[in-house]
Design a protein around this ligand. Structure first.
Ligand code: COA
Length: 191
């Protein structure tokens, strides 16, 4: 697969995708209508200009098929971590779950975030019920920080990974399991 920076060509797949109840189950209360999907699409295009990172379509190399999308994005307020935190997220076509696609996309985004984007820290958030998503985060080196109850009563897990931990694990001197301990592994809380 390859990850393509967000473009108008991805809109139709995205709009259809976000109406699929399996895709949105742990993320939204209701499917996205077309107008709202268009709003989010345009915001995603603008984010690339503003931050130099954002959503990417996941495309199967052999068939050119859309497999979903993955993103590096700002968390924003009221989500249980710092307002300026940056998170990774991934959404895969239900017919292709369990093939390792989210893990591969998350690895690429993690390396892009700490490499090309030079970010110092990443978070990952998922509903407690979303065990597959939490497993993806664990597989790419994140550690669970805490639980947080959103305004609507949904409980999310907040996971995090610091650049130093990634760098140490990348050099191969310590695994992700050991690197956080060796480096303090702290998360700077500012409310
Ligand atoms: C979460 C999601 C992205 C996982 O995608 P995926 O491509 O199936 O994930 P992978 O194949 O890389 O699997 C990752 C791990 O999760 C495990 N897993 C997958 N589905 C699982 C499930 N229902 N229960 C428990 N573990 C599960 C896999 O076995 C694998 O772990 P392993 O290698 O130790 O066996 C996918 O289910 C999805 O798109 N869900 C809807 C959107 C969503 O919730 N996104 C996350 C928002 S926080």
């Amino acid at each position: 697969m390859r990850l393509e920076p967000w473009a108008d060509a991805h809109f139709e797949c995205f709009a259809a995708f976000m109406r699929d109840l399996d895709v949105i189950r742990w993320v939204r209360r209701a499917p996205l209508d077309r107008d709202r999907a268009l709003e989010l699409h345009e915001r995603s295009l603008a984010e690339w200009d503003l931050y130099g990172f954002g959503k990417r379509a996941i495309i199967e190399r052999e068939t050119e098929r859309w497999l979903g999308f993955a993103e590096i994005s700002l968390v924003g307020p009221g989500k249980g971590s710092r307002d300026d935190d940056i998170e990774i997220g991934y959404f895969i076509e239900p017919g292709r779950w369990g093939e390792g696609i989210a893990t591969e996309a998350a690895l690429e985004l993690r390396d892009e975030a700490f490499g090309r984007c030079a970010l110092s820290e990443l978070v990952g958030r998922c509903r407690v019920e979303n065990v597959a998503s939490a497993r993806v985060l664990a597989k790419v080196g994140f550690r669970k920080l805490r639980l947080f109850e959103l305004q609507d009563g949904a409980v999310v897990e907040i996971h995090h990974l610091r650049r130093e931990q990634w760098a140490v694990a990348e050099r191969g001197s310590l695994g992700f399991e050991d690197a956080p301990l060796a480096l303090g592994g702290g998360y700077r809380e500012t409310g």
